[in-house]
Structures are given as C-alpha cells and as structure tokens.
Design a protein around this ligand. Structure first.
Ligand SMILES: [Zn+2]
Length: 874
C-alpha cells in the first residue's frame, strides 16, 4: 500500500507567490500535447518572503524553463515527482515553461485527456498540475489567456474559458485565442477540442446585456438539448430575481461529454457536463432524469457566483461553494416543481445516505480538518449536509436578512478566495444574530439526535415538550457539544393546528424553536386537549428525531398534516412500525392493520391530492434506511420482510391499485408537472400490482411497455417486469425489445444495464458477470461502471448482501482492477463495503475481509484512504 502525508487544515499558509497573469498555449498533436505557459509571478506581500518559488506539477515532461527569457540552468531549479522549485527568484518575474503531456494515455480522466477523439479537461480539485507547473491551489487566482493550436480542419470547435478574441488559420494550423477577464483559480480552467454540434440561444440579463448561450454535443444528440437550454434560461432569470446575480461574460457554454468522472464541472464560462446530466428527450429520458438535468444545469450555472466569482480559500472550505450552491439549486427546483415533493426527496436522501455516511468510518465535518486525497471529500456531507446548514441559516435569518447577507458576501468577497467562516460572518453582520454556537455545524461531525417527550396538564391547559439533544461520537471526535438546532413545529388537535402561545407570546400555528441547550423544556399555554406534535416540519434541521408516537397519532399526521415532509415522515413511521416488528419477530398485526387502513384512505382520495406527493407517501422505506436503525442489521431478514410487506400491501389494496392505475390512464401524456405526477403515482400502482403472480398484470405491464410514448412509462413497465420473478418470460422479451430499440443511445443502454443489475431475485451476481462481458459494457466509461457495478452494490441490497459474501469479494476485485485506471471512480465504488460494522455476522466479517483483501494490492491514494479508514474503525 502507498503511504502519503495527510493534509491538515491547521497547516494552511497563505501562498508565498501570486500569479497575476497566466498565458497558456496548447499545441494539440496526435499522441501528445505541448503546453507553453507564461506566468507573471509576484512575491505575495503578505507571505513569508520565501526565496524559492515552489510550483505543483505531476506526470509532466519538462521541455524548457526560463525566467524573463533567460533559460534556466539545472542548478537553478529542482524537479521532483510533485513539485518544481526555482531557487532565488526576484520580487517579480515571468516564468516561461514548456511541458509535454499525453492526453491519449490519460485514463484517470484528470487534467487534459482525450476520449473518443475529443480533448477535454477536468481540473477540480488538483488536475491542473497534470497540465503544467503551477500554483495549483484555489487561493491563487489569476487572469487567464489561452491559445489553442491544432491542424486546420482537425476539430470543429476549440474552446476555453471566457470570451473568444480571435479564430484564424495560419500555415495549415487553426489558432483560437480565448481570454477570461475574471480572475480564477486553476481548478476552473477548461479546454475542449472536438467535432461537436451546437445549439444556440440568447439571454438578455436584467441590466440589458445580451449573452450568447451554447450547448455543444455530438451531432446525434443535438435534438436532446432543448430542455437543458430552457432550464439554463430559467436558472439565469431565477438567480437574478432571487439573489440579484447577473451573468458576466459575453457567452456561456455547456459541453456534454460521455467519459466524465464527475457529474459536471462549473469551469468559468465553459461548463463540462456528463451527457447524463444534460441530454433529455421525452422518448428516451425519464421524468426523474428530466428533473435532474434541470437541477444540475442550474447548479452549475449558480456556481458562476457561488464558487467562481467568490471561491474557496482551500479545499477544506469546499462546502462554502458546494453547500451554498446545492441549497440554491434545491430552492430553484422547488420553485419549478412541487415544493413538498422536492423537500421529501432531499430529506429522504439525507436520511438514507448522508446519515449513514455520518455514522460510518468516513464521517467528517462539513468543514473537514484533514484529508489524504481531496477527491474523496466530494461527499454527501460536504454537499447535502452543507446545503442543510445554509438552509438553517436562511431560516434563522428569514428571507430579508438572508438576502442582505448573501449580497454582502458576494460584494465583499468578489474576486477572492474565502472561508466558510467568512460566509457565516456576513450572515451575523447583517442580522446582528449571535451565530457562534451555530458555527459548530461546520466543525462537528455526526448526526445530532433529538429525544423528545411530552406531558399535558388538563387543569392548567398546559402542554410541555422536553427536548434533549446529543450527537454520537465519530472518528477523532469523542465528545460533542450542544448545537444550535432550529426545530420547526406545530401542534395538532382534533380540530387541526393549535395556536402556539409561549410565555404569553402568540406564535401562530407554526413556529421555529431555537434548540441550543443539551436539554430544554418548552411550555405551551391555552392548549385545550393533548395535542399531536408535528415535529421538524419541512425537515428544518438535519437531525434524527425520536418521539414515541402512537399509531393513531401517526395516522392523523399522515392524513391531515399540512406539512408535506411531516406527512411523509408519519407514513414512514407507520411503515417502520410494521417493518421493525416483522424484522424483530414481534407482533406486527395491529400496526399493519392501521397502516393498511391509512394507505386505503389515501388511495381513495387520489383524485383530490397532489399525485406526486401521494406517490411518495405510498413508497416503503428503502432497505438501506431500515438497516441504519440496527447495530447489527441482518440484511436477509430486512430484505425478506420489506418484500413481504410490499406484497401484503399489494394484495390488500389490489382493487384500489387497479382503480388508480385505470383512472390515471388518460393523464399520463406530455411533460407538464401534472402528467409527471400522474405517471409517478400510476407507476407506483403498477409496481405493487406486479408483486402478484397474475397473467393479467403481466400483460398489462407488457401493454404499457409496448404502447408507451415516453421513457418514464416504458422503463417503469420494464423494471416492474424484470424485478418480478414470476414475469421471467415477459421480462426476457421486453429486455430484448428494449435493447433492440435503444442500442444506439448510450444513456438508455445504461438504464438497460442498470435494471438488470438491480434485479432482486435469482443469481444476479452471475447476471452482472454476464453484463460485464456484454458488447454494450465498457469498463473505461464511468457511466457504464456506475450502471452495472455501482447499481448492483448500492441499489441491490438483497443480492449484494448474499450470504456467501461472493458479491463483496466481487466488488473488491472490481475496485482493485478499476483503481489501476481510474482511482477516483474506484474510491467511490468502495462505499458499500465501508459500512461493514453495521451488519450482523457473517456479513460484517465477510465485508471486512473483502476490504482487507485490497490491502494486499498496490493502491492509489484515493482507495488507500477509504480502505485504511474503514478498517481502523472497530
Ligand atoms: Zn457544485
């Protein structure tokens, strides 16, 4: 195993040198690329007055090095595997450097790489140092000027950041010159050269500037960009209206690339997207994927301010840009679609994925203290929990002060690299609120828990809520302090929500209580009956709430609560009551009767409810989420009992499912929010109906599959068939037809792979081995790896946790292999094995053994960090 030193937040030092201007020239040749750089460097007046300049650089062939046009002698500098040190430099100097790189051989997809003939970059976090020697750290911001040279006619487009100054032909070479007037760190540099088509549009900003919008894709995909373009325009308008942020360059470009590690990259003026996040067409794209395109396009656009104009001082501050930008995209999506459903999806994701991360070996604060490989910290905690922290701030301040705070933040720090603390300080300054305790959210890892109990005093008409908070220890943080937790709540009586009166003050029907002590008691006056508390409304903080609800109380909230999240949470509570009893071998009958009765009532009012919300309410908690409640989870029992309850609900409510399915048949065409909601509900009904071994339902699904005019309906039918063991014959036919129809569309082929890798019955591991051999699979493409290996390990709970541990070993072997080519992706695939300590014997031990087997291999820093941290936890 490799060993490398950890990078520590405490070791941060401001840069010794700055780069005022960066001139780059790329000469693209078959087989290699020469990069000439000209860096106007100056000693940082605030720095340590170092005599030597130390630049980052990896895997570079140094061809020439000069200062102010004087070639350097070997005694003037030293080159190691990671750095270039130039001795005794002046106060100001221009460094000329020429390096050779090999984009064709770059399978790690970091820096400049070439795939399918096209040149593309990925520089965040530390990829730029694989292009040329540089101060590759986010707090060195520079003005970039880029020239790309290639054979005339070799590429239809040659792009870089900023505005295009010239594009000319000279001696058989095409020379394109780009200039980005806004200072930026090297991680935001981008270059693209390839043969691409372009969809163009225009946007006039609020101050009247005319901006050219371009989306570049392969020619075959040009008809799938309209939705992304519309989403981009919506996002530009929304950011002007809600945050007062206007676009700054003459053009904004998006390029879609098939081979891409990240989802997307927000390079200044030239965003690079994984095709899966930009292409959308009703025939080939599901509704969920449409919504993902909308939110991702917006997210990357929003980075132009939250990330690019104001960036991170160091990578420990990653959440400064990501948490804020995720919060911004969540609010945008909520405005474009159903608010309640968006909040449920975000909360559900937090609980089933981020809470698990926060309880595992990779647990870290929103602002981590140390890392070995920064690529491993593009996590749910940095992104999603970081967004929840910004949301809490926004709620604590209220909309007016929050906007004042972001205005101050953007104006004060424009063109600078700053910290999470700088952001909070702006919020503090505009609101005069004391946020000292709130800052702990950035420093303390782990999911806080609220234990809530209550009592009611009839004589005094008083209701008391006792709230006790605690945060479990995490690696390196044994003792936790009390946090500032905004707890939004309401109290329901028989007649609906009660007025909340605390110490004589009337707070209306709903209020936010600031929980700041380890234990505190809230007293509500003038309460005429014992109420049902509706807690953590809108998922007002990323915490776990423990309150001992009676079944009837959960039923009441599930049917009547005006808060979508609490309604869904009450349904999840009812379902978990049944499932826990089943899993633990207790008596589940009473809870199950209440659950079925509640589901029945909900289904009977489907025509008067938000269908998308109803579909959420009808969905069982995932196996992963259920497992997270146990110290020694038994995956086989969890999988089996969840499936048994699913079947029971299908049978008990067969008539209601059927009625719902039939009645919605006419509402499921088109791309309106109503049609999407109807599809979501109708396909939920279909998945329950297919639980029953019935020729009628099989042919119903086959009919939906064959007649669908959109991917959502076609794929839902395919999935229902493939995942039903009794529908093997039909599934085989449908899979063949689907592949036949879509074999030329890479993104749809990924879905075809994924639906098989997630099949819950039979020997799916064997099937996965077959898929890896299929002509449609390509082990060098991250999307394909995600569609087969990640889908199997992360979305197929039952099959991944097969009793013999063969799937664990399979995953470890795949990771060892992928790590040779693409360490970032390999490290990400590891996640399921890192939760070994959560599972009962023999699973936990088998998972650990699979992880341990990796230590015998030569590992990248990326994989080594995750493996070693996971193994040291006991
Ligand atoms: Zn981002």
């Amino acid at each position: 195993m490799s060993t490398t030193a950890m990078t520590l937040l405490a070791d941060y030092r401001i840069p010794d040198f700055l780069i005022e201007k960066t001139h780059l020239t790329f000469e693209l040749h078959e087989g290699y690329t020469d990069v000439s750089s000209q860096l106007s460097m100056v000693r940082n007046p605030k720095g340590d007055q170092a005599a030597h300049a130390v630049l980052h650089g990896e895997q570079l062939e140094l061809l020439a090095l000069a200062i102010n046009d004087r070639a350097l002698q070997p005694t003037d500098y030293q080159c190691t595997a990671h750095t270039l040190t130039i001795y005794n430099v002046e106060e100001r100097f221009v460094l000329h450097c020429k390096t050779r790189i090999y984009p064709e051989k770059n399978t790690a997809l970091e820096g400049l790489y070439r795939s399918s003939g096209m040149y593309c970059t990925q520089c965040e976090a530390e990829g730029f140092r694989k292009i040329t020697y540089y101060l590759d750290r986010p707090d060195v911001m520079s003005e970039f000027d880029t020239i790309i040279i290639a054979d005339e006619g070799a590429f239809s487009v040659m792009l870089s950041n900023g505005n295009c100054l010239s594009d000319r032909i000279e001696n058989g070479k095409r020379i394109v010159h780009w200039h980005d007037p806004f200072k930026k760190p090297s991680y935001l540099f981008a270059l693209v050269s390839g043969n691409l088509s372009c969809l163009e549009d225009r946007f006039v900003t609020q101050s009247g500037r005319d901006v050219l919008l371009q989306i570049y894709t392969e020619a075959k995909d040009q008809d799938k960009c309209d939705f992304a373009m519309q989403s981009l325009k919506n996002a530009m308008r929304w950011d002007e209206e809600v945050y007062g942020r206007e676009y700054d360059l003459d053009r904004f470009m998006i390029v879609a690339v098939d081979d891409f590690n990240m989802g997307v990259m927000e390079n200044k003026g030239l965003n690079i997207f994984n095709t899966s996040c930009v292409l959308a067409h009703p025939k080939s794209t599901t509704d969920a994927a449409f919504q993902r395109v909308e939110s991702v396009v917006a997210h990357e656009y929003f980075h132009n301010w939250s990330g690019n104009r104001v960036t991170c001082r160091d990578w420990f501050q990653l959440s400064l840009k990501e948490g804020l930008t995720v919060y911004r995209d969540e609010e945008f999506s909520a405005a474009m679609n159903s608010c309640a459903v968006k909040r449920i999806e975000d909360a559900s994701f937090m609980r089933s994925v981020q809470f698990v991360e926060d309880a595992g070996p990779m647990a870290h604060p929103v602002r981590p203290e140390s890392y070995l490989e920064i690529s491993n910290f593009y996590t749910m905690t940095i992104y999603e929990k970081g967004a929840e922290v910004v949301r809490m701030l926004a709620n604590i301040l209220g909309p007016k002060d929050y906007r004042k705070g972001t205005d101050l933040y953007f104006s004060r720090f424009d063109g600078q690299a700053v910290t999470c603390d700088d952001f909070v300080a702006c919020m503090e300054e505009v609101s005069a609120k004391d946020l000292r305790q709130f800052r702990l959210w950035y420093a303390q890892a782990g999911t806080p828990q609220l234990h809530i109990s209550d009592s009611y005093d009839v004589a005094r008409q008083q209701y008391r809520l006792n709230v006790r908070q605690s945060t479990p220890p995490t690696a390196g943080q044994a003792v936790k302090q009390a946090l500032h937790i905004p707890l939004k709540l309401a109290l329901y009586g028989k007649q609906g929500a009660q007025t909340l009166i605390i110490e004589g003050v009337n707070y209306g029907m709903e209020t936010v209580i600031d929980i700041s002590q380890a234990e505190q008691t809230l007293v509500f006056d003038n309460i005429s009956e014992k109420p049902v508390p509706s807690l953590l409304r809108g998922f007002s903080a990323p915490v776990k709430v423990h309150y001992d609800y009676q079944l009837a109380q959960l039923q009441q909230l599930a049917l009547l609560d005006s808060d979508g999240f609490c309604r869904w949470d009450a349904m999840q509570g009812l379902m978990r009551n049944v499932l826990n009893a089943r899993i633990e071998g207790g008596d589940h009958t009473a809870a199950q009767v209440v659950l079925i009765a509640t589901l029945k009532q909900l289904l009977e009012r489907f025509s008067t409810m938000d269908a998308a919300l109803l579909a959420c309410l009808l969905t069982l908690p995932s196996e992963q989420y259920l497992a997270s409640f146990y110290d020694a989870a038994n995956p086989a029992v969890i999988g089996q009992e969840r499936a048994a309850l699913h079947y029971h609900i299908a049978v008990e409510l067969q008539a209601q499912w059927q009625h719902c399915y039939d009645a919605l048949a006419g509402n499921v065409q088109g791309l309106s929010a109503e049609a999407m909601a109807a599809r979501s509900l109708r396909n939920t009904a279909l998945s329950y109906l297919l639980d029953m071994d019935s020729a009628q339902y099989r042919s119903m699904a086959m009919q939906q599959f064959a007649q669908a005019d959109n991917m959502t309906n076609q794929f839902a039918a395919l999935k229902a068939l493939v995942h039903a063991e009794h529908a093997q014959l039909e599934a085989k036919q449908a899979l063949q037809a689907f592949y036949q129809q879509w074999q030329h569309d890479a993104l749809v082929v990924n879905m075809w792979l994924q639906v098989q890798a997630t099949r819950p019955w039979g020997d799916t591991l064997l099937l996965v081995h077959e898929l890896l051999q299929h002509a449609a699979f390509d082990g060098s493409n991250p999307n394909k790896l995600r569609a087969v290996i990640a889908a199997f390990a992360q979305q197929n709970f039952i099959q991944f946790h097969r009793a013999d541990g063969a799937a664990y070993q399979f995953l470890a072997e795949q990771i060892a292999d992928i790590d040779q080519r693409n360490p970032q992706i390999a490290a990400r695939l590891l996640t399921p094995l890192t939760h070994w300590q959560q599972f009962v014997a023999p699973h936990g031990a088998l998972m650990r053994a699979a992880l341990a087997s990796l230590t015998e291999r030569q590992l990248s820093k990326d994989v080594y960090e995750v493996v070693s941290k996971s193994l040291t936890v006991n």
